[in-house]
Design a protein around this ligand. Structure first.
Ligand SMILES: [Zn+2]
Length: 469
């Protein structure tokens, strides 16, 4: 329990002390710009009790505001997702700061606060478009079941309802509801849903796969009253018989889409939180595999992925493998950002790569759309759209590309990169890095981003200056 319990004990202690000195206010007035005392990440990525400003949280007694509405114990009803109207309970300090008086309220305020920051993040990065849905809908203490029972220690994004379900957390670390990086990861799924999955339609969805981003596709239509059912319930039916045949193009391509979704979402969590180990803070086992602080590995080839899938008939194992595949991309994107940050603004560099990723998504969707049924889409399918969306491709970018794709790639190689020397006929003794630097290409379409500042002071850190106590 350690950190989270200590933190929450500290919250309760803070409440108790506050009760002695302040009036209890169960239905505080709506005051935009009000301060809340909650568990919030520091610049260093640690979680502490801090005072955080919220501009749009106009109905704290209902855990509701402009950017998000929360419900407790959501269920499916005739009108879609239903749930009890939550009651936010607060103690008001003498300076007007609202202190959550129970843990549901505390989680609700923290989740809302991250959604408010993530909305600003989206706006500044140009995320979304016609029909992109804010406010976010979030279910706390959601009862989501699979074939093995209720899910725990997870967050489930449902694309049909554009809703995020946070299921009960029973591990001994930082609850997912308080983890800004995980909340950003989940919010990215809404972006991917909007730009990629909705365009691909239902054919990307495999009825025998498992995983939270598929929840809406195959699970919710077979629900029982009061229970959200995940696609994992399909897994038992489909087991067996899979490994004795070839992996189809559709199976393979679905795997690739899912892996990209998860890898990009992990990158998004890092961009928002600035914490390469944000998953580990809540989910230790997954955190080791998906730690963005680990060195970047070369992207597996189509052949490797196909043979891995062929060997893994178990849907759960395939699901795990998609996260592993996604981690390759997450670390690659992080390395691009760090390269751009060298000697400059690290936060602005993160945002620059995040913006390029968002701009690349429609083209990535188009690439999948074109080849979904007809070919095994290359694992480096996302790279060309990404490089085209970047303000410039530097010599160092080319070196990172070579490390990532290695000699198995080529189609996605940025046009601005010099031809890779043929390893069989070295033309000179000049080290590759020096040669690339001397042949540094002109920047690509700098006007694509324009001179507009990325406003790093309001982004990339969930905690704006001045909120810390
Ligand atoms: Zn995810």
């Amino acid at each position: 329990m350690k950190r989270s319990l200590h933190l929450f004990s500290a919250v309760c202690l803070a409440c108790a002390v506050a009760i002695l000195a302040v009036a209890c206010s169960p239905f505080p007035e709506a005051k935009p710009g009000r301060r809340f005392q909650i568990i919030w990440p520091t610049e260093e990525g640690d979680y502490r009790i801090q005072r955080v400003h919220l501009d749009t949280f106009t109905e704290p007694h209902r855990l509701k505001g402009e950017v998000a509405s929360l419900i407790v114990e959501p269920r499916l009803g005739g009108a879609g997702i239903e749930g009890e109207t939550p009651v936010g309970r607060f103690i008001e300090a003498s300076d007007g700061t609202l202190i959550p008086a129970d843990f549901i309220t505390h989680q609700g305020v923290v989740v809302y606060a991250h959604m408010e920051r993530l909305k600003k993040f989206d706006d500044a990065l140009g995320v979304g478009g016609e029909g992109f849905i804010w406010p976010a809908r979030i279910g706390l203490r959601a009862n989501v079941v699979d074939g093995q029972g209720p899910l725990q220690n997870n967050a489930v994004y449902d694309g049909t309802f554009n809703a995020l379900f946070l299921v009960p957390y029973t591990d001994a670390d930082l609850p997912i509801t308080l983890n800004g990086g995980v909340l950003a990861h989940e919010r990215f799924h809404a972006i991917f849903q909007y730009h990629v999955l909705s365009r691909l339609g239902v054919k990307w969805q495999a009825p025998d796969e498992v995983g939270h981003t598929l929840l809406h596709a195959c699970g919710l239509d077979e629900h029982e009253p009061g229970v959200l059912r995940s696609t994992r319930s399909f897994s038992a039916r489909s087991e067996g018989g899979k490994a004795d045949r070839e992996v189809s193009k559709l199976e393979y391509n679905r795997f690739l889409v899912r892996g990209l979704n998860e890898g990009f979402a992990d990158f998004w969590g890092w961009v928002y939180s600035g914490d390469a180990g944000f998953i580990r803070k809540s989910l230790r086992a997954a955190g080791e595999v998906r730690d963005l602080g680990q060195p970047m590995d070369p992207l597996p080839s189509e052949r490797t992925i196909r043979s891995s899938l062929w060997r893994l008939s178990n849907p759960r194992a395939r699901s795990s493998l998609s996260y592993t595949f996604g981690s390759h991309y997450a670390r690659f994107l992080r390395r691009l950002a760090e390269d751009r940050a060298a000697g400059g603004d690290e936060r602005a560099a993160r945002l620059e790569v995040a913006r390029a990723l968002v701009r690349a998504l429609p083209k990535i969707a188009a690439a999948f759309e074109a080849g979904f049924d007809d070919e095994f889409i290359a694992p480096d399918v996302a790279l060309r759209p990404l490089f085209e969306a970047m303000a410039d491709v530097r010599a160092s970018t080319c070196l990172i590309y070579d490390d990532f794709v290695g000699h198995g790639g080529g189609r996605s190689r940025p046009e601005a990169c010099p031809r890779r020397p043929d390893p069989e006929f070295p033309s000179s003794g000049t080290p590759a890095a020096e040669r690339l630097e001397s042949e540094r290409p002109a920047p690509l379409e700098p006007e694509a981003f324009g001179p507009r500042a990325l406003e790093p002071e309001t982004l990339g850190r969930p905690n704006p200056p001045g909120d810390e106590r």
